[in-house]
Structure formats: C-alpha cells, structure tokens
Design a protein around this ligand. Structure first.
Ligand SMILES: Nc1ncnc2c1ncn2[C@@H]1O[C@H](COP(=O)(O)OP(=O)(O)OP(=O)(O)O)[C@@H](O)[C@H]1O
Length: 183
C-alpha cells in the first residue's frame, strides 16, 4: 500500500494539506485530480520525500521517482542523451526503449530548445521512467501532449507493471486509470 496519513503542509499562512490521508494500492494507475492549487504537487512532493510535512507519515513499498511539473531538461543535451545520462553504464542502449515508449524516436537528436512543449514533456517523462523507481510519481505528465498520444503512452506506462500516481486535469486520461482520488 502507498500511504500518506495525517499530512499537514503549510506555506507561510496558507494551509494546503490539513491532516490529509491518501491511500493507493501497490498496483495500477491512480489519477490524482482536483482544482488548480489544491495541493496535488505538494502531495506528490511529500510522497517523494522531497517535502517534510508538519504532521503525518508516508509509507511506500519501494523507491519513488518523481516527474516534476516543470521539465528541468539538461541544457545542451539531445533527447537521446537526456535519457542515456540517467542509465547505468552498460545499459545506455536502453534509452531507445524509453524514447519509443514516449514516441520520441524521431526526435532523439533534437536539443531542448528545438522541442515543442509536448515533446519536452515527453522527454522529461522518458527520463523519469528510465530511472526505474519502484513507485512512479508523475506530475502532469501529459501537459501539452495531444490526447490520442497521451492515451497510447499511458497504456505503455501501465504495462511497466509499477504503481503510478499521476496528476492532471483531463477526464479522458482519468478514465483510463484504475482509480481517481479527488483532492
Ligand atoms: N513553495 C511554495 N511557497 C508558497 N506557496 C506555495 C509553494 N508551493 C505551492 N504553494 C501554494 O500551495 C498551494 C498548492 O500548490 P500545488 O502546486 O501543490 O497545487 P496543485 O494542486 O498541484 O496545482 P496545479 O493543478 O495548478 O498544479 C497553492 O496555493 C500554491 O500557491
């Protein structure tokens, strides 16, 4: 079980999570939805261990990886090298599989400045997945990605067989997930 119990997070005077409980099974796709500013990113950061809550505890079945809401691509590296850079030596060819998953094979040689918003998002996603965490925390993985492509990529992510928690605002993508948690 993926659990966050009694989580309180405050930024200055703004109480974002107030003894909030979150549970998700160790399998499948969990869609975390809710209005903008409700605390989805905050909750993912708490789950990833990047933000210490004022109260509460987190328990995960394994090592998390997080796809940040902003792309954070390495400047000056091609799409291929973005992914290759996070793979262990001797397994660098696997970059091709992650690019294929994200439908970026044709864009492998492009630099960050040459990518559309949706391509940059998918490059960031490919790199995060290549880190092979045991729990995938994906903050708006399909922002700027056309819906048909997003659906195909999401189905491939499902086949990885890992628990995935993703945020977003697109009902058609929520419908493809195993469950939705409304924040
Ligand atoms: N570092 C910060 N300092 C101050 N306030 C913050 C900080 N990070 C987030 N907030 C505030 O906390 C609230 C929740 O933000 P968060 O990014 O978690 O929401 P969200 O649900 O992910 O929103 P969105 O759907 O727009 O990405 C917002 O009101 C935001 O302004």
């Amino acid at each position: 079980m993926i659990e966050a119990r009694g989580i309180t997070v405050r930024y200055g005077d703004r109480l974002v999570l107030d003894r909030y409980d979150f549970f998700a099974p160790e399998e499948g796709l969990t869609f975390l939805s809710g209005p903008s500013g409700e605390g989805k990113t905050t909750l993912l950061r708490v789950l990833a261990g990047l933000l210490s809550p004022e109260t509460g505890q987190v328990s995960l079945p394994g090592r998390p990886v997080i796809l940040f809401q902003e792309d954070r691509l390495f400047p000056g590296l091609s799409v291929w090298r973005q992914v290759e850079a996070v793979l262990p030596k001797g397994r660098r060819e696997e970059a091709g599989c992650w690019l294929e998953l994200a439908e970026l094979t044709q864009a492998a040689h492009l630099l960050p400045g040459e990518l559309s918003g949706g391509m940059a998002r998918r490059a960031s996603l490919a790199r995060a997945l290549a880190l092979e965490g045991e729990v995938c925390l994906l903050d708006e993985p399909f922002a700027g990605v056309d819906l048909d492509r997003a659906k195909r990529v999401l189905e491939r992510i499902r086949l990885l067989g890992k628990p995935v928690i993703l945020t977003g605002h697109i009902p058609e993508l929520a419908a493809l997930c195993d469950r939705t948690v409304e924040l």
